[in-house]
Design a protein around this ligand. Structure first.
Ligand code: GUN
Length: 288
């Protein structure tokens, strides 16, 4: 029988730990961590994500500042705002919600954020430091996955891990973290150009599914007793729900779960851990 890796519960525990830490800071007369988020335009998904981030900050006792800029803002204006916030000693962490309007180059924006305040871990300095095994801000989803595996004592040393997907924000960094000295998993990254993808995934003790194709991982690709981490969060139509949609992971949960030792659900698996990782990074930034 499989067991559920409960990201929702774990994230709530971690928020409790962070709140206790903040209470200690306050009692000691220290300032509390302060996160600033820049939201450009009013993309529906981004509005929701940023609202969650602000609410998470409130829950643990952080300060947060939401700065809105119109979709028509120029790249120069946005970069000037980022530079201003970089220099604001009152702020510990700074994020610019992505995606940005077409006329703004995301890479320029990310590279303008001070690496010391880059709690998203997107700046090439942080990506490079992470890859080199140096102290860094690790982006939220890979950090959340690693924390979840750690808290559930999933054995990683020498384990055969297959990471499905090679994106800059999930697949690539999580593959680096899993193979790091001290973690010591054996990692294979598979992607859209991989031959015999099913055969490779079937060898895995641990599968990290991060391709953004709902239901891609089916039972025939999963070894008996495998650990499955589902990073997918695609909105699929669901006329029976109030919203008209629901989240579907990259794993066909109903067929795959019976083959697993452990599996993360969607929702309630990796997603809540991603949110809490941003708080952990902000706490770390404030401690520096
Ligand atoms: N858009 C989707 N995910 C993220 C994230 O983790 N950080 C930022 N800044 N934008 C996003």
């Amino acid at each position: 029988m499989y067991q559920i890796i409960d990201g929702k519960k774990t994230a709530a525990e971690i928020r409790g730990e962070i709140a206790a830490e903040v209470a200690k800071m306050k009692a000691g007369g220290k300032r509390v961590p302060h996160l600033a988020a820049i939201l450009v335009g009013n993309d529906g998904g981004s509005e929701t994500y940023v609202a969650h981030k602000v609410r998470d900050c409130e829950e643990v006792g952080f300060r947060s500042t939401l700065l809105r800029m119109p979709a028509t803002v120029t790249e120069e204006e946005l970069l000037a705002k980022v530079s201003e916030l970089n220099d604001d000693p009152d702020l510990d962490g700074l994020i610019v919600q992505l995606p940005l309007p077409e006329h703004i180059r995301e890479s320029r924006v990310i590279e303008t954020i001070s690496p010391e305040k880059d709690v998203d871990g997107f700046h090439p300095v942080n990506v490079g430091r992470m890859a080199a095994g140096l102290p860094s801000f690790v982006s939220a989803t890979p950090a959340g996955i690693m924390e979840l595996l750690k808290r559930y004592n999933i054995p990683l040393k020498g384990a055969e891990c297959v990471v499905v997907g090679r994106s800059n924000i999930v697949g690539r960094p999580v593959s680096i973290l899993l193979s790091q000295k001290g973690v010591d998993a054996t990692v294979t990254v598979v992607h859209s150009r991989t031959r015999n993808i099913a055969e490779t995934i079937r060898k895995a003790d641990i599968i990290i599914a991060a391709i953004g194709q709902p239901g891609f991982i089916t039972a025939d690709m999963v070894k008996e007793g495998a650990v499955v981490v589902d990073v997918g969060t695609t909105r699929v139509e669901a006329p029976d729900t109030k919203a008209g949609w629901r989240l579907k992971g990259d794993v066909d949960f109903d067929s795959v779960a019976p083959r697993c030792s452990w599996i993360t659900p969607v929702p309630g698996g990796v997603g809540p851990m991603t949110r809490v990782s941003l708080l952990l990074n902000t706490l770390k930034a404030a401690g520096r």
